[in-house]
Design a protein around this ligand. Sequence first.
Ligand code: UT7
Length: 359
Amino acid sequence: MYYAKITGWGKCLPPAVLSNADLSTFMDTSDEWITSRTGIRERRICHCNFSDMAIVAARRALAAANVAPEELDLILLGSLTMDSLCPNTASLVQNAIGARNAASIDINSACTGFLYGLHIGTNLIKTGAHRKVLVIGGEFISHYMNWARRDVAVLFGDACGAVVLEASTERTGLLAARIGCDMDTSSAIQITNFGSAYSRLSDDFLYLGWNFEGQEVFKRAIKGMAFACEDVLMQTGLRMDDIHIMVPHQANRRILDALAKRLDIPEEKIMVNVHKYGNTSAGTIPVALTEALEENRIRPGDYVLMASFGAGLTWGAGLVQWGDRTVALQVSDADLPPCQQSALEILAPHIQRYKAHAL
Ligand code: UT7
């Protein structure tokens, strides 16, 4: 019986920062509204492709693990904002990093994509089918955003993170997970006008719509994540007091506070970076995990609780026992191509298109 030890971790944040003040230059919103309702102060906007962020995060995670790309036998990539419909983005990452012995799979489970990937990768290692798995989670959501929708556009940002899993006989890695999906609320977060469910002959084909029932998602998020967290504690025989740090999906500071209250977990045990990056969907957990390690908030042997929710409505939790190493073995010099534009300049054509459509 193998465990899937997390031996490498990495993140990629695009450099262009979009502040709440920037948003209020082209939509009817304010720093006061966004900060008080969500805790978000700024987010990042990607100036290249999603796969570029995923490649950088992957290279950084591989360096931290000191694993060569050829050693990987599987790449799982959680995202809903792929470079293209075909080929899948995991294979673009595979090609760029030279992981010639890997299989590559994209997982579209929205914000829960990384947690789903961690669960799948861990269990494929546990069965002996795979030995070294790269799990990536991230999003280029600014590209798919409807910039005329203030209720959605202020919430999200772009980022990517990755971890390396390696077969190990130590009791470490993801010890238990509970994942699920509230099928009756699939329309609560929905990107419309893209895909075969919509008219392919419409002039509006490239005008993406968003169905977004914020309050419904808010309630379901707390309920789903709390249920999943209690379930993984029960599976492992641990109590909330045993948890050293919680690394939850970062969608809204108020959701994190309500979750902490419901689970009776002290605020200082919760990793929070939503103020810096907004909701980066499948990117939130691997980015927050990497930052928790960089800030020395995780120690060898610690119990780390993860929880997520997103479109579907998918939800889940995972309980990880950290291994014996919290420091990267190597540091990669991989980086994104230089960015010459401000976030507002990058977004200008998108904003114009959505404004023109609204007229
Ligand atoms: O990872 C999964 C992604 N989903 C989520 O994270 C969604 C979870 N839900 C939430 O985080 C919250 O429900 C929101 C932040 C989306 C909204 O907060 P809320 O406290 O539920 O606000 P609300 O939807 O009730 O809107 C209150 C008011 C409305 O005006 P009226 O009808 O009261 O006059 C909105 O039109 O705020 C207005 N509003 C805004 N005002 C300024 C909505 N968006 C904005 C905005 N700026 N950006």
